[in-house]
Design a protein around this ligand. Structure first.
Ligand SMILES: [Zn+2]
Length: 271
């Protein structure tokens, strides 16, 4: 055991899925609403991809974290409630996937509150976890989250285990990730948004993620995978994720935890 985790646990894995749907594309440019290919590519996530993902989670008995922009929650309220009723976690992710670093403070506050309000209305309780959209927090983001009683954020990149962040509005558990463990950079081929990524083979992505996992496992750290149903929900990519999960399950004392549970453990450990 590494000493960071409960009991005999050596390494923790968080499977996270950001259900951006259309919001990511509209958030980039409202004129994208008039581009049906882009909009339907986004729709594939909540309409189809997420159901493939939920099936995979059920096959392995795993619980995941789903980060949901307010706009997606308004479009697919039943889906969001269904995900939560299956034991997965619902956490915040902006309203229209606004990137705080590109906003004024007033705009950031408006997007944050609107997103949380929309999501809370759908699930019927307070949201306590968050991932900043677009991996682009502002200098204010963390204290704004703490001020709203958010318990953890999973958006920064300076560690591979959680830590407690001090802000001027209170403490926050930070659960860092890295682009290396995000599906978008590997697969993002979206000409209408001028993203012409390499469209990597899922086998090579799984190989990369497995190599990263092996290192994190050895060191007893935390692997935070950031995936998107419109990206990883496609069958070949899902097979790449399954390959990664199967590898993880060959190792003893690996715990798959929802980000909320990681945060709770971290707070009790540091109490
Ligand atoms: Zn997102």
């Amino acid at each position: 055991m590494s000493g960071l985790w409960p009991g005999d646990v050596q390494c923790v894995v968080n499977l996270g899925f950001d259900i951006d749907g259309q919001s990511n594309w509209i958030g980039r440019d409202p004129a994208n609403r008039d581009r049906p290919v882009l909009m339907t590519m986004g729709d594939y996530g909540p309409k189809v991809g997420v159901h493939h993902i939920l099936g995979l989670m059920d096959d392995y008995g795993l619980k995941a974290s789903f980060f949901v922009p307010g706009y997606t929650a308004e479009q697919y309220p039943e889906l969001v409630r269904d995900i939560e009723s299956r034991g997965h976690e619902i956490a915040g992710h902006g309203y229209m996937h606004e990137r705080p670093a590109e906003l004024t403070l007033e705009q950031e506050i408006e997007a944050l509150d609107r997103g949380l309000e929309a999501l809370e209305k759908v699930v019927g309780h307070k949201i306590t976890g968050y991932r900043i959209p677009g991996g682009d927090a502002s200098e204010h983001s963390m204290s704004l989250l703490a001020e709203r009683g958010i318990v953890y954020d999973s958006s920064l990149m300076d560690d591979d285990a959680p830590y407690i962040m001090k802000t001027d509005k209170g403490d926050l558990v930070q659960i860092p990730f890295h682009w290396l463990l995000d599906d978008f950079p590997f697969y993002a081929f979206v000409p209408a948004a001028d993203l012409r990524g390499p469209m990597c083979s899922p086998v090579s992505v799984a190989r990369t993620w497995i190599a990263e996992f092996d290192g994190l496992y050895k060191e007893g750290r935390c692997m935070v995978l950031v995936m998107h149903p419109q990206v990883t929900g496609h069958p070949s990519r899902l097979a790449g994720l399954e390959r990664t999960i199967r590898h993880m399950l060959t190792k003893p004392n690996v715990a798959f935890m929802r980000a909320a549970d990681i945060a709770e453990h971290w707070l009790s450990r540091n109490a």
